[in-house]
Design a protein around this ligand. Structure first.
Ligand SMILES: [Zn+2]
Length: 496
């Protein structure tokens, strides 16, 4: 295999840890651990050690330990200790319909602390729901080819204190299936479970700060100690963007590790896929991350990656013109070749355009081909293939280019911004005499992270498109749209 691309060194350990973080909902469940004190799995919260074993009469999930074969149940007392479970559905509806948090508190008549605890609860329930569904991707469903759009969206957290008014910038990586629109993941580059103080202390102890990026024990994180004024930072270590600061709790993760972890997660989640096409935005580290995570598939010709760039800045009139130009050109060809379908003609056009540019351009990423099938959302679409080492099947690449799009994930990102009031001002709690509730505000990335995860589930399972179907129905994970209350835990709303 010839390859003119350079690889940046990455830490395997850090990539593995990030992959484990992303798949944790599948491998961990509160209370799911073997109760047999003489068993090797005793107390181990890792679902890999257990197999699903039906339900108890009360509806709780039952598991069987793979080591000692004993069974145990994990209670599903979803709404226990909540005094007004009926408020849940209302709050959730408001939350995903652009209601600012402080208005939700007024309308639903709840205190901010209650609202935030509900968000944690909704998220937990939604993750349980979706994990149960998505197991079918591992066990039941198979795909000849999946085309997946991957993109990032930046979020600014105005989580200021009076001492330091700089914002925190984080970004979310998302992936969506181009055919069904199903969103496989939305991952903020933020690990809320890590304590920056403890990690900083340990990093100093083991000499992490003297090492270049990939050789560090904590290679995947932005370490607080690198931000010290006037300190020389070793190679391969990134700092927070000029004028921004790192999160005050939790640790920010380097985007390339989020990406590598996510590509590995997708492969793990969907083992029964013949081949992948990945459509990527031109981000600095995205190509390296893709190749690091999928090189074996690329070598087997089972994964291709494409850069997609679109004329986002065009006006409506310019968009119409661009689309019309392509249409005119295509219908001209259709008259010339009446026996061919529109798709076949478009395919042939892409192939010829690609062969032309491949002759003159040696760097695969720079072999831009203008798409013959633009639409108003992506009016001037240009595509390049990152995985053609010069000897590749041009029909495969032309087909990949013809379907290339970032629209499925960008539509999700657009709705996330439109429907969820994430970045509003913090709530002044009445009981604290109008002091601002910084600790739990939406400025806290952890709350935003949970709302994003929750919104992914609602988007996939509850929100129907023009065809009356949800992304989950199109992918084969659901037979009908799922009401919010079912996502939050069936039946629990009738109690009391
Ligand atoms: Zn056991």
């Amino acid at each position: 295999m010839r390859c003119n691309q350079s690889f940046t060194l990455k830490s395997n350990q850090a990539t593995l840890e990030e992959f484990e973080r992303q798949r944790a909902p599948f491998t961990q469940r509160d209370g799911a651990a073997c109760r047999n004190s003489s068993c090797v799995n005793h107390g181990l919260v890792n679902l890999d050690c257990y197999q699903s074993f039906g339900k108890s009469r009360g509806g709780s999930a039952r598991y069987r330990c793979k080591a000692c074969k004993q069974t145990f149940t994990v209670p599903q007392r979803a709404t226990l200790r909540q005094r007004h479970p009926e408020v849940n559905e209302l709050v959730l509806n408001l939350l995903v319909n652009k209601m600012p948090m402080r208005r939700i508190c007024e309308v639903a008549d709840v205190q901010p602390a209650v609202l935030y605890s509900r968000i944690h609860f909704f998220h937990k329930q939604a993750i349980r729901f979706v994990v149960d569904r998505e197991r079918a991707l591992q066990e039941r469903l198979s795909f000849q080819k999946l085309r997946i759009a991957v993109d990032r969206q930046d979020h600014t957290f105005n989580w200021a204190s009076s001492a330091d008014r700089r914002n925190t910038k984080l970004s979310a990586t998302g992936s969506a299936d181009c055919d069904s629109g199903y969103v496989f993941g939305i991952e903020l580059d933020f690990d809320s479970a890590r304590n920056p103080f403890e990690v900083d202390l340990h990093a100093r102890e083991i000499g992490d700060y003297e090492l270049t990026g990939p050789f560090r024990r904590y290679a995947q994180f932005f370490l607080p100690g690198d931000e010290e004024l006037g300190k020389a930072v070793p190679a391969g270590v990134a700092l927070a963007e000029e004028g921004t600061k790192l999160p005050a709790s939790g640790l920010r993760i380097h985007a390339e590790y989020v990406l590598m972890g996510h590509f590995q997660f997708l492969r793990w989640l969907m083992p029964n896929v013949g081949a992948f096409d990945f459509y990527l935005d031109q981000e600095p580290n995205i190509r390296g991350a893709f190749l690091a995570a999928c090189l074996d598939l690329v070598a087997q010709k089972r994964a291709d990656a494409y850069f997609v760039r679109i004329g986002k800045e065009l006006t409506i009139d310019e968009r119409k013109l661009a689309v019309a130009h392509s249409e005119t050109y295509l219908s001209g060809l259709k008259k010339q070749y009446p026996t061919l379908t529109r798709r076949q003609i478009a395919h042939e056009v892409m192939k010829q355009r690609y062969l032309q540019v491949r002759k003159s351009e040696t760097n695969a990423a720079n072999r831009w081909v203008t798409s013959i099938l633009p639409h108003m959302g992506e009016p001037l679409k240009e595509v390049s293939c990152l995985t053609d080492w010069g000897d590749d099947d041009v029909d495969r690449i032309a087909g990949g280019m013809l379907s290339a799009s970032l629209h499925p994930i960008d539509r999700f990102f657009m709705l996330l911004r439109r429907r969820v009031s994430l970045l509003e001002r913090p709530i002044a709690s009445a009981s604290s005499g109008h002091r601002t509730w910084y600790g739990y505000s939406a400025y806290n990335p952890e709350i935003a992270q949970k709302i994003m995860g929750l919104f992914r589930v609602i988007y996939n399972y509850s929100m129907t498109g023009k065809d009356g179907r949800t992304p989950a129905m199109r992918l084969g994970l659901a037979e009908k749209p799922i009401p919010h209350k079912e996502i939050l835990g069936s039946g629990s709303f009738n109690a009391r």
